[in-house]
Design a binder for this molecule. Structure first.
Ligand SMILES: NC(=O)c1ccc[n+]([C@@H]2O[C@H](COP(=O)([O-])OP(=O)(O)OC[C@H]3O[C@@H](n4cnc5c(N)ncnc54)[C@H](OP(=O)(O)O)[C@@H]3O)[C@@H](O)[C@H]2O)c1
Length: 262
């Protein structure tokens, strides 16, 4: 363990995008705290990354407010301070707006509340240390672009809140040199999507202006960039194969061949 190195906490880092982010930070020299609910998954992630001296595991559900203090206290105990927080843990579902139950909505809003409370605990610690810091939220382009065929109002209500917090807090915390940015993701097939057939994967490729769906590493590169970009705050960076730039008709459900130009 090297307490002179920067330390990043990455929530939901046992798989998918969080794992790729944790790996990128370790390769960049950070100490990294892995978090998730399933210890076995986190142990496997740590084995995959290697560099055990730079890693620590804190198991816990970020929707439980008590976990926020545990994450901060154990990280400070182990590595000295927190320089970067990546609020990545999240989940997703699709269903028509009118069919979401209040219980399902509460599950998604629990992620917003958990992100809020963990960020509060981390910011208190950053303010106490007085060295500034960086917070990166994982958002989605679905929060600012409705997409035909992807009805997801409950998870998006939560993600939209996280993205709004990014802008709002960036100004409030700027005088402490605490930067807060977000990435707005396009499609990255992970365990969130379950098993996809080759045909489904090809269809996902066709939806992107850049001609391919995203890989977890594409997101990790952007998150690491934001962590090190010391004059950027309040930015919501689309990392989406070009979809946010206008995109392809297929992605937005407006089939090109069906548009009557007369
Ligand atoms: N993949 C995409 O296309 C896409 C698009 C837009 C946004 N996103 C966002 O990207 C983030 C990462 O998702 P992913 O695609 O990498 O999915 P993933 O592979 O399912 O990863 C999510 C990770 O979060 C952990 N997690 C879930 N709930 C948690 C909780 N309450 N507390 C702590 N850890 C929790 C999970 O592990 P445990 O189950 O062990 O806790 C899992 O390792 C999510 O916020 C997601 O909404 C993804």
């Amino acid at each position: 363990m090297n307490t002179n190195q920067k330390t990043a906490v990455v929530t939901g880092s046992g798989s998918g995008i969080g794992l790729a982010v944790a790996e990128a930070f370790v390769r960049d020299g950070f100490n990294v705290v892995l978090n998730g609910r399933n210890r076995d998954k986190l142990d496997n992630a740590a084995a995959l990354i290697g560099k055990p001296d730079q890693l620590s595991i804190i198991t816990g559900d970020i929707t439980n407010p008590e976990v926020a203090n545990q994450i901060v206290n154990k990280t400070v105990e182990h590595f000295g301070q927190i320089d970067t927080l990546v609020n990545n843990a999240g989940t997703f579902s699709m269903k028509p707006f009118t069919e979401y139950t209040i219980e399902e909505l509460d599950v998604f809003l629990g992620y917003l509340r958990g992100t809020f409370v963990l960020t509060q605990s981390v910011v208190r610690q950053m303010q106490k240390k007085g060295n500034g810091g960086s917070i990166i939220n994982i958002g989605t382009i679905l929060a600012t672009n409705g997409v035909h065929g992807l009805p997801s109002s409950a998870p998006i209500a939560s993600k939209g809140g996280v993205m709004a917090l990014t802008k709002n807090l960036s100004v409030e915390l700027a005088s402490d040199n605490i930067r807060i940015n977000a990435v707005a993701l396009g499609v990255v097939p992970t365990s969130l999507y379950g098993e996809l057939s080759d045909e489904q994967l090809n269809a996902l490729n066709d939806m992107q202006p850049l001609g391919r769906y995203g890989k977890a590493k594409d997101i990790a590169d952007a998150v690491l960039y934001l962590a090190n970009a010391t004059w950027m705050t309040g930015v919501i960076l689309p990392v989406d194969g070009g979809v946010d730039a206008g995109g392809d008709g297929a992605y937005h459900g407006a089939k090109k061949e069906s548009i009557d130009t007369n």
